[in-house]
Design a protein around this ligand. Sequence first.
Ligand code: NAD
Ligand code: WQD
Length: 341
Amino acid sequence: MTSTILVTGGTGYIGSHTTVLLLQAGYRVLILDNFCNSDASVLDRIEHICGIRPDVVEGDIRDAALLESLFAHHPITAIMHFAGLKAVGESTQKPLEYYSANVGGSVCLLQAAQNAGVKTFVFSSSATVYGDPVNLPITETHPRSTTNPYGHTKLVIEDILESLYYSEPEWRIARLRYFNPVGAHPSGLIGEAPQGTPNNLMPYVAQVATGLRPQVQVFGNDYNTPDGTGVRDYIHVMDLAQGHLAALRYCQQQAQTLLTVNLGTGKGFSVLEMIKAFEAASGRPIPYGITPRRPGDIAACWADTTLAAQTLGWTAGLDIRQMCEDAWRWEMRRANQEAAG
Ligand code: NAD
Ligand code: WQD
């Protein structure tokens, strides 16, 4: 029987793009999602892209009985765990929700997986675990720290996975530390669909380009960076999705592993450079104003990608022009659809 990958959070932004690549690579996909930050319409669009519809179960990763039944009824061989809450600001307002969904949810999922003997696990960690970096580019051995509950949930889950691995070394675990995922599937059919005002730069910029918002607020231009604005390692979501496939294949080839790896491009771009790139991709002016720094923001962050290249044979291939062009195609499609009601 074809091996089934359980993809938690598979209707969300990164999970949906990874699901497309898994299906196209011949895996069966079973999505578990509670739709708290997504909706089921993405399944039609995934089917449109791949010609295959993933199986989906609506439910919560904290529902132990549901998980037990999923493992009992599907030939699941590996888990890609995307489900969780991800807004840094909100996590400071609702810490218990974040610890419950992210830490509690991961423990529940891991317990069910262990009970079922499924021990191949790919986890969505984040470059947020590096805190305010002391040196750049950031290698995986950089000390970890965090200043907000969201980041702390990622630290704790990383530690839980490590404890589990040392208790039962037959686990095959990949902890993937994403930098800043942006862009969309080149078809324009799936992409990031933030609810309300976007927290992140690129979805906000895209909404300024469509005219939905008047201007971008640039959070500070007095950082110690070439143009004074924050510098980040933006990675195309399709590259990130490919990185997941590479990590899954790597895990499947090992008898045991605990891999911790950065998924980034190794290049940093400033807020102003990203605004310019989006102007070029969209052909629209993107007005912006400088506002005070956002509390908790760091000046600059980009990945050392050596380990990913060496262990996974994976490097990101898409540049900021492609990130912006694909994000713009998706944003236009969404804007047109909303206008059509
Ligand atoms: P997303 O919100 O688009 O996707 C998460 C999905 O999980 C959503 O479909 C949501 O409905 C679902 N979900 C949330 N809680 C759930 C629960 N308790 N049970 C079942 N389903 C649940 O987010 P994303 O950007 O695709 O992020 C995926 C993962 O990657 C998250 O763990 C996030 O922390 C991590 N990550 C994201 C970024 C980023 O900037 N997008 C960066 C680093 C790490
Ligand atoms: C990028 C740059 C801002 C919005 C966050 C999380 C991180 C990870 C990815 C999950 C910064 C500037 C932003 C705006 C701006 N998520 N900016 N105006 O903060 O690097 O990372 O998302 O793990 O944990 O913290 O991403 O897109 O919010 O900001 O000037 O309206 O854009 O100051 O320099 P960030 P971002």
